[in-house]
Design a protein around this ligand. Structure first.
Ligand code: SF4
Length: 326
């Protein structure tokens, strides 16, 4: 057992936190000692969440034709990708997704729209109305991911019953221009600050395997910590034909488990959610994401790609002697 990892983990378990230097050391762990890193990450997860895994499903409510140029995304109008494109769906489709989410034991359903922002559009008012009606009818928490928001929009989301928004920082501020050039990192930070100030919870994380360095991963983590986000989704690039990242080399499953583990040391008691790319990248090691410290995952399909069968995911959780809210 690597005693330095053990010491760092024990300090995290005592609520003393972890420094950037220590996190950098953990990111450099290789070979058999990765198992020591995972062992303690699992302890930290168990200490905060016991055996309960949170599940979240998402619904693409408006897809494609996005003006932005996020280089991993199939929904940018700048790239030739094979996805279906559609305007804002009617309430019934979102209601159907909520019903399916409930069947899959989801704790929440995220309603996601493409584009920089829904600000000043009829679609924003419609989304607010849908959420208001559906959260009352369905008795499930409905979250939104609708791009950047203003203070006025944040207030309206709160009064419509939205508890949490998703708005990812994606990577470090330094590396961000390699991912997106059509809007600024500080605009993303601003949306998070506005949401927090309005009393919304914030789900914000990033994407890995897009050519970022270890330092970019850590800078993202510590920036999210400073912003006091409530849930951290970790996405792993699933290269999509037609996007600039289509030929990017995949991260190895052990590298991914290491990223999850180090994020758990940095965020001992926050929801750490494994989002896009787990099926293709973790392959047979998918259940290990929980041993690496994740306490949450997306269940069902993603925005433009298929997910694993929900029944198989629920079985995977049970097989690991973990549980979910039934
Ligand atoms: S990630 Fe969002 S903002 Fe960026 S291109 Fe895709 S839909 Fe547009």
């Amino acid at each position: 057992m690597n005693t330095k990892i053990e010491k760092i983990a024990n300090r995290v378990l005592q609520g003393k936190g972890i420094s950037y230097k220590e996190a950098h050391y953990l990111m450099g762990i290789n070979g058999n000692e990765i198992y020591d890193l995972l062992y303690w990450a699992n302890h930290i997860r168990y200490n905060s969440f016991k055996n309960v895994i949170s599940l979240c499903s998402i619904k693409s409510a408006k897809q494609g034709r996005c003006s932005e140029d996020c280089r991993f995304c199939s929904q940018s109008s700048r790239y030739q990708t094979e996805i279906s494109r559609f305007p804002l769906v009617e309430k019934e489709k979102i209601s159907g997704a909520v019903e399916r989410g409930k069947e899959y034991k989801s704790n929440c359903v995220g309603v996601v729209t493409s584009g920089y922002s829904l600000g000043g559009s009829v679609d924003f008012d419609k989304i607010c109305d849908y959420v208001y009606e559906l959260s009352k009818e369905e008795g499930i928490s409905i979250h939104t991911s609708i791009g950047t928001i203003t203070s006025e929009m944040a207030k309206k989301l709160v009064s419509s019953g939205v508890e949490m928004i998703n708005h990812n920082l994606e990577t470090s501020e330094r590396y961000y221009p390699n991912i997106c050039t059509t809007h600024l990192y500080k605009e993303r930070v601003k949306t998070i600050e506005i949401a927090k100030k309005a009393g919304l919870k914030v789900c914000s994380g990033g994407i890995f395997g897009v050519g970022e360095s270890v330092e970019d991963r850590l800078d993202l983590a510590f920036r999210l910590k400073t912003l006091d986000v409530d849930a951290i989704p970790l996405n792993f690039l699933s290269p999509i034909k037609g996007t600039p990242f289509s030929l990017e080399k995949a991260l190895s499953p052990m590298d991914i488990l290491k990223i999850i583990a180090v994020f758990r040391y940095i965020f001992p008691d926050k929801e750490l959610k494994i989002a896009g790319g787990r099926e293709e990248n973790l392959r047979d090691l998918q259940s290990w994401m929980f041993y690496a410290g994740a306490n949450s995952t997306i269940i069902g399909d993603y925005l433009t790609t298929k997910g694993k069968s929900p029944d198989d995911d629920l079985q995977m959780i049970k097989d690991f002697d973990l549980t979910y809210e039934d």
